[in-house]
Ligand binder design. Structure first.
Ligand SMILES: Nc1ncnc2c1ncn2[C@@H]1O[C@H](COP(=O)(O)OP(=O)(O)OP(=O)(O)O)[C@@H](O)[C@H]1O
Ligand SMILES: [Mg+2]
Length: 288
């Protein structure tokens, strides 16, 4: 399932004094089996882009297509919504039922699944995010911690098995273990030939995970390409309002000095291992 945004513009509150153009002429394709990162500073249009991919918003101009067919009218929008699963930036907006179980089963039940099958989907999704279904099922979602709410919101979307998973700043409330699990989930989605779009303003979380990265600045697409070429382009990152993160800077400085270390996941420990490994041959087994 391929979603294509062609020359899309989006304005909030058009024709009013509060009109705000949030996206300008954005063209982007999301293909099956692909993880696309979207990077951009605060207010650059990332969430708006996800709302268009989800069919919550329709473009002011330009076109969205799903497998080559224009998304128009209620039928087109329904198809797009069924193909995509959005985990919003604010997890509490997802959670509305009296118990976690009801919340998790709501989506799968709406897909027409029976009670048992929906519960099985919910259980698997909770396991994949690292929560116990049995311990949580009777809890009120709003009594959960922020991180737990995020995980339950993610599990609720995963239980629907969307062809394209859309994540808005998903890692911001997660600890190291939560981030590791999320990585596995996203890699699993790619392996199954589904797609994921990861929106973040923290680009270290995209290294080694995104196949392609799109960079937004003030609603415009500054660039989109293979993740390494984007994440290691200091000029581009500066234009998008970023400084280079220290680890990436270290990697680039080492490269300038002739030591080209694979970036991997961007994790400090992993990078340290890689550097030590590369130096091992030179300084007698420094590597682990
Ligand atoms: N509901 C709304 N009504 C009016 N303007 C909005 C609305 N939502 C967003 N905007 C404006 O559209 C622009 C893009 O907002 P968006 O939420 O897409 O940014 P973002 O990149 O997701 O930011 P953040 O990193 O803070 O989440 C901003 O200038 C914002 O003020
Ligand atoms: Mg946002």
């Amino acid at each position: 399932m391929t979603i294509y945004l062609h020359n899309v513009r989006y304005s909030y509150m058009p024709g009013t004094p509060l009109e705000r153009e949030a996206l300008r002429e954005v063209t982007l394709e999301v293909r099956p089996g692909e993880v696309v990162g979207v990077l951009g500073s605060v207010g650059s249009g990332k969430t708006t882009l996800l709302r268009l991919l989800k069919g919550i918003l329709e473009p002011t101009s330009g076109e969205v297509t799903l497998d080559g067919e224009a998304v128009r009218g209620p039928r087109g929008v329904t198809k797009l919504r069924a193909a995509t699963g959005l985990v919003m930036q604010e997890p509490e907006l997802h959670l509305f039922a009296a118990t976690v179980e009801e919340d998790l089963c709501f989506g799968p039940r709406n897909l027409g699944l029976g009670r048992e099958e929906a519960r099985q989907r919910a259980r698997e999704a909770m396991e994949s995010v690292g929560l116990s279904f049995d311990e949580m099922r009777s809890r009120n979602p709003l009594s959960l911690s922020m991180g737990e709410q995020r995980k339950v919101a993610l599990a609720g979307v995963l239980a629907m098995r969307p062809a394209c998973l859309l994540l808005d700043e998903m890692t911001s409330g997660l600890d190291g273990e939560g981030k590791r699990r999320l990585r596995l989930i996203i890699e699993g989605i790619r392996d199954e030939g589904r797609a994921a779009v990861l929106v973040t303003h923290d680009f270290e979380e995209l290294g080694g995970l995104a196949d392609r990265v799109a960079v937004l600045a003030e609603g415009r697409l500054l660039a989109c390409g293979p993740s390494r070429s984007i994440l290691e382009d200091p000029e581009l990152l500066r234009k998008a309002g970023y400084g280079l993160p220290p680890l990436l800077e270290l990697r680039l400085l080492l490269k300038e000095r002739g030591l080209d270390i694979e970036w991997g996941t961007g994790d400090a420990e992993e990078l340290a291992d890689r550097i030590a490994g590369a130096l091992g041959g030179l300084c007698g087994g420094a590597g682990r």
